[in-house]
Design a protein around this ligand. Structure first.
Ligand code: NDP
Length: 271
């Protein structure tokens, strides 16, 4: 039986084992996939022990994505630019690092018909999640405005991707005069029950709003934008399932169907 895992800290509420087992069932592949609590003080040794004992692949979540990036022997181009790895693959005694978060987001935005050619996108946040999705959004032809609580981080991130497409950093208090087709919340504000400091005036009925955060019920961001009149809304659960599908495809060479798994999991409680 091929062994797979997701490493994180905390990890108890991870949906990844359930998602990968459903993909395995759907594609007829025999595997084991476990959630593993990795130690905060020695992630690389923990991860290497898993692979040396027969592990074939692992997903990596908070707070280890940057450490996984550092320990990979080979990086895919999208992982190299993202500066973070969410998928590890043990191949011929070498560790390949990939990042499927961005492609997962873009595939979910297509499923929801929330992006098109040259969409004007406002991306909120400048942490690992924001960084991982910039390149795939630029590759779609999107023009990105980046806003972050600590503006200097947004400026540094925009500068790092300047050569890849149209991206600029804007302070939150300068957003009021701009119009966007899509606003993506990639901040961790939802985890604290807070909101990014957006001016109300940029939320218009024709602007789609996507929160990468998800939980049972509406997220604080989605509840707020709905109050301001937004009607096209989605949380990041579809992104979670889509990034998992791309990791599954890397490991097994077969792309599972996302929609049936999404429908099934939506009927089950989210942690
Ligand atoms: P990080 O800790 O790396 O980054 C946090 C970012 O959020 C920073 O830009 C920070 O700003 C900003 N922020 C934090 N609190 C607030 C606040 N109260 N108001 C405004 N901005 C705030 O987190 P990640 O980038 O890893 O994750 C961000 C979100 O994306 C999380 O909610 C996570 O669950 C979600 N996510 C979802 C995925 C999915 O598959 N659906 C995949 C990956 C992440 P500053 O720089 O000023 O500190």
């Amino acid at each position: 039986m091929q062994q797979f895992a997701v490493f994180g800290h905390p990890i108890k509420h991870s949906q990844s084992p359930r998602i990968h087992r459903l993909f395995a069932q759907q594609t007829g592949i025999a595997l084991s996939y476990e959630a593993m609590l990795a130690p905060l003080d020695d992630f690389p040794a923990f991860a290497m022990a898993f692979f040396q004992q027969g592990g074939r692949g692992a997903n990596v979540t908070t707070p280890f994505k940057e450490q996984a990036w550092q320990m990979a022997d080979v990086l895919t181009p999208r992982a190299r630019l993202a500066g973070a790895v969410n998928t590890l693959h043990w191949q011929n005694a070498r560790l390949l690092g990939d990042n499927t978060d961005g492609v997962g987001l873009v595939s979910d935005l297509h499923r929801l018909a929330m992006i098109g050619d040259a969409s004007r996108v406002l991306l909120l946040g400048a942490g690992g999640a924001a960084r991982g999705v910039i390149l795939p959004l630029l590759e779609q032809g999107c023009r990105i405005a980046l806003a972050n609580r600590t503006h200097a981080r947004a400026q540094a991130l925009a500068a790092a991707f300047q050569a890849q497409g149209a991206i600029e950093a804007l302070p939150y208090d300068a957003l009021g005069t701009h119009t966007f087709d899509l606003i993506i919340n990639a901040t961790a504000s939802g985890l604290q029950g807070e909101l990014p400091p957006l001016p109300r005036s940029i939320i218009r009925p024709d602007c789609a709003c996507y929160d990468m955060f998800y939980r049972a019920g509406a997220t604080p961001f989605l509840a707020w934008v709905q109050q301001q009149g937004a009607v096209r809304l989605a949380d990041g659960f579809g992104m979670l399932v889509a990034q998992a599908a791309h990791a599954f495809s890397l490991w097994h060479g077969i792309m599972p169907q996302i929609a049936p798994v999404l429908i099934q999991l939506r009927q089950e409680p989210v942690g």
